[in-house]
Design a protein around this ligand. Structure first.
Ligand code: COS
Length: 391
């Protein structure tokens, strides 16, 4: 299935109905729960169950594995809607829809797909994606976790850091070095490690700035022995498995930025229309209008980039550069939009009951994870230089 994607699953009317259903769910269930989730740093079980029942863990997963089977263009439209709620709600389902399932779907074998993907689609199994380490973040090829071949097994040793969903994950997609003689990306392989494997432990979740309720933690491997059949693809291909998954994942992050930007603009507009100063609503002042208009234009530009990248992916094109452009632009724009919306709220935007305050904290990580803005710039510029040099 390498490189492929689902064919369009829905006619326009059915897609519109699905998007409307999600919008209703977001407005009626997720947005009202945001403040409590933020305060308690815990995701309500009933909401997780509802997201499962709606198929939101398997949006991108083919129908044959129990997913909704949406193609990339359809999926990002679902994420635009879902991500109008606090990003934590999407984060808990995100690895199942993205980095976790796509590594297995597009680079794994039938046995691995049969064993895991159906349960990922239903949400009964949660995936985590283990690339980052204490000394290897942006320079992902410098990872030092090892996987030593011993007979029909590999033995893993090392620590993975900031692993989203680690506390509740049932499987971990782990990039580890199988050939220590090959430096950088070439010696890396990808594995599926089940949670109950002896030698795997998950540290206490990290305390963090935002996205409360979605947790991340270190994952530690100490002589963790896994069957050789846990290898995804071939030895030495693990870095590419991770990069291909990130190409898709970055489009999803960009879609998330667009969704939450749209919500932030709504919050800003509502407040600006309700808040009178100097005898009229602040929405009537051109300085406030400029903030709203710039935000709308940036959100719209991000949306167009995401849709274009998704359509290219559906056509089977390699989208590394488009995914990086969309992720870089939409995440930076989202940061600016969040900042403006706090500004529109004035002092009220600094108080924790205010959605703008929570979302401002939540969106900061978009410029960091699945590759910082600077890494996206590096990917884009390298490609430009390579193309000019005819490489
Ligand atoms: N798809 C397929 N193959 C890819 C690829 C992609 N998107 N990106 C790179 N590759 C391949 C390259 O073609 C190269 O293969 P060959 O050796 O056969 O030519 C190999 O992978 C190594 O690529 P490259 O030389 O570009 O690797 P670098 O070590 O220079 O690193 C970056 C590349 C910086 C792009 C990578 O380390 C990166 O994305 N870092 C950020 C990591 C990240 O996003 N972390 C977040 C963790 S998940 S929250």
């Amino acid at each position: 299935m390498t490189g492929s994607t689902n064919a369009a699953a829905l006619d326009a009317e059915t897609l519109a109905e699905l998007l409307q259903t999600i919008r209703r769910f977001v407005n009626e269930r997720l947005i009202p729960a945001e403040e409590t989730v933020d305060r308690e740093d815990r995701m309500p079980e009933d909401i997780l169950a509802e997201m499962k029942a709606m198929g939101l863990y398997g949006v991108t997963i083919p129908v044959e594995y129990g997913g909704l089977g949406l193609n990339a263009e359809e999926s990002v439209q679902v994420f635009f809607e879902l991500c109008r709620a606090a990003p934590a709600f999407r984060s808990v389902t995100g690895i199942n829809n993205g980095l976790g399932s796509s590594s297995i779907l597009y680079d794994g074998n039938d046995e691995q797909r049969d064993r895991y993907v159906r349960r990922l689609a239903s949400g009964d199994l949660v995936a985590a994606f283990c690339l980052t380490e204490p000394d290897s973040g942006s320079d992902a090829g410098a990872l030092t976790t090892t996987a030593r071949r011993e007979g029909d097994t590999y033995v893993l040793n090392g620590t993975k850091r900031y692993i989203t969903n680690a506390p509740q994950a049932g499987i971990f997609i782990v990039m580890a070095r199988t050939d220590p003689t090959k430096p950088g990306a070439a010696g890396v392989s990808a594995f599926i490690v089940e949670r109950d494997t002896p030698g795997l432990s998950v540290a206490r979740p990290d305390r963090k700035m935002g996205q409360k309720g979605a947790h991340l933690a270190d994952v530690i491997f100490e002589d963790c022995r896994i069957p050789a059949s846990a290898l995804i693809g071939r030895e030495g291909q693990g870095f590419k498995v991770a990069m291909r998954a990130l190409d898709r994942g970055r489009i999803h992050i960009a879609a998330m930025c667009v969704g939450i930007s749209d919500r932030l603009i709504d919050e800003g507009l509502t407040y600006a229309l309700e808040r009178p100063q100097f005898g009229k609503p602040i929405a009537e002042y051109q300085l406030v209008q400029a903030m709203l208009a710039d935000s709308k234009a940036e959100m719209y530009a991000g949306r167009c980039m995401v849709l274009d990248a998704a359509r290219r992916l559906d056509r089977g094109e390699r989208v590394s550069v488009e995914a990086s452009c969309a992720k870089m632009f939409a995440s930076e724009a989202c940061g600016r939009i969040a900042d403006r919306v706090v500004q529109i709220h004035g002092g009220a935007g600094y108080i924790s009951e205010c959605a703008a305050e929570r979302l401002y904290r939540d969106v900061r990580v978009f410029r960091l994870y699945e590759g910082t803005t600077q890494i996206q710039q590096l990917i884009i510029a390298r490609d430009m230089i390579r193309a000019r040099r005819g490489g």
